[in-house]
Design a binder for this molecule. Structure first.
Ligand SMILES: [Zn+2]
Length: 275
């Protein structure tokens, strides 16, 4: 269920679009990052951690999308952190009395997904660069690609990068077309930030997809940069994640790509700017 990817760092891969929940072990319990998706999966993670003598003492959501801010009662009542922007975003979302209906439209109906404690995050101070807990030092690398207040985490002494919804081998870069002022530039800037961590890691974990090492990290940054630059330059990206080379079961990623092309075209029409 939980498998080790580095000393003191465990991973659970969900049945739902290869979503990765990450456990960082500390002296008195675990930090849980992007908790999981399905009811039974989160319950199993809670039980496994209890068996390991590692109750959840803190949690972190990399960004304010529904599949990264779920919770399960069995995980207990630890503080659940997000960046200040992430927490503000989800708070605004939850202040709309119709939020459940909005989410339910997006949920895969074949799975049981608990919404009871969705998004109940504690805001880190604005600009915070570490998670307050007594385990290994975890550096917060905040940027504005993919979603407002998105953060990657660098667990320095374990040489592990938790990338959030970036650097996936199955999903193309998904731009924040509604929130960001300049979604293309925000994305390219975030890739540069992550590239700066490449020498400090042996393992990185994307929010969805396969874990890799530092060479693979550089390869994925190159591939994602090429994809985003192709979007910017209105060129058809030559990307293995879309078109005929898409993996079986992941053909829908081509629709995500088409949606982004359309969204960018609408933005440039509205703003009167090219690209
Ligand atoms: Zn996301």
């Amino acid at each position: 269920m939980l498998r080790q990817v580095a000393e003191g760092v465990l991973l659970h891969e969900s049945e739902f679009i290869q979503s990765n929940a990450v456990v960082v072990q500390g002296p008195a319990g675990a930090l849980l990052v992007d908790v999981g998706i399905l009811d039974e999966e989160m319950a199993a993670i809670a039980d496994d951690l209890r068996d390991l003598g590692q109750p959840v003492v803190a949690a972190f959501s990399t960004h304010p999308h529904w599949d990264h801010v779920l919770w399960h009662a069995r995980l207990g009542a630890a503080p659940r952190y997000g960046t200040a922007r992430c927490a503000a975003e989800i708070r605004a979302f939850l202040s709309d009395p119709g939020w459940r209906d909005d989410i339910v439209e997006e949920l895969p109906p074949e799975f049981e997904i608990p919404l009871e404690q969705l998004g109940l995050l504690t805001s880190l101070p604005a600009g915070a660069t570490r998670i307050p807990w007594d385990g290994p030092h975890v550096r917060v690398i905040e940027h504005q690609a993919h979603a407002s207040g998105h953060a990657a985490l660098l667990i320095e002494e374990r040489r592990v990068l938790v990338a959030g919804d970036m650097l996936s081998d199955v999903l193309v870069p998904m731009l924040d077309l509604n929130g960001a002022l300049d979604p293309i530039e925000e994305y390219l800037a975030a890739l540069r930030l992550l590239e700066g961590a490449a020498d400090q890691i042996d393992v990185f974990i994307p929010g969805h997809g396969s874990v890799g090492g530092s060479d693979e990290l550089r390869a994925r940054i190159d591939r994602d940069r090429a994809y985003v630059q192709a979007l910017r330059d209105s060129a058809g990206p030559d990307d293995p994640r879309i078109g005929p080379s898409a993996r079986e079961g992941w053909e829908w990623v081509s629709d995500v790509h088409a949606g982004q092309v359309q969204g960018l075209a609408q933005r440039s029409e509205r703003d009167g700017t090219p690209g």
